[in-house]
Design a protein. Structure first.
Length: 159
């Protein structure tokens, strides 16, 4: 892949990629931006060996997912939704909290369930493509989707 091809593909995928990472990071846009930047650097450093340009989207999403997992291994605990809500005094201080309940629910399910849900429902990837991104089987992705839907349904109907 040439430098120009890489730049073109980054420009055409960056909005969807960032949206995926923000949701994967449960609304933490700063963390998502850091992971996106690190992912693009990793991709650029190895783009000489990448030959299947048609699969750039899946490739960059896989790099982003793996970068996210690496970050999660070293992450410190963060304040939860209840703490933030109690601190602000109300449920929706402004538009930045519009998806806070969804992000909080996503934060409570496993990383694999959350990633499968986001890639399937938000990004529109097929189960086979999700399996490739997560380095798992299609059956495992189906289980993650099923369990993730069940967990989210339970978490979001409580409120």
């Amino acid at each position: 892949m040439t430098r120009e091809q890489f730049i073109f593909h980054v420009e055409t995928t960056q909005k969807a990629f960032r949206r995926f990472l923000v949701a994967l990071c449960c609304g933490d846009a700063d963390l998502a931006d850091d992971i996106a930047q690190e992912s693009y650097i990793k991709a650029y450093l190895s783009c000489d060996s990448f030959t299947n340009v048609e699969k750039f989207n899946a490739w960059i999403f896989k790099i982003g997912y793996n970068t996210f997992l690496n970050h999660k291994r070293t992450e410190r605990p963060m304040l939860g939704y209840e703490t933030i809500r109690d601190h602000t005094g109300h449920d929706s201080a402004d538009s930045s909290f519009a998806y806070q309940e969804l992000y909080h629910a996503l934060n409570q399910i496993s990383d694999k369930e959350r990633t499968s849900i986001l890639l399937y429902y938000i990004q529109g990837y097929a189960i086979k493509e999700i399996a490739e991104i997560q380095d798992t089987s299609e059956d495992a992705v189906k289980k993650h989707l099923s369990r993730g839907r069940t967990h989210l349904r339970g978490l979001l109907t409580i409120h």
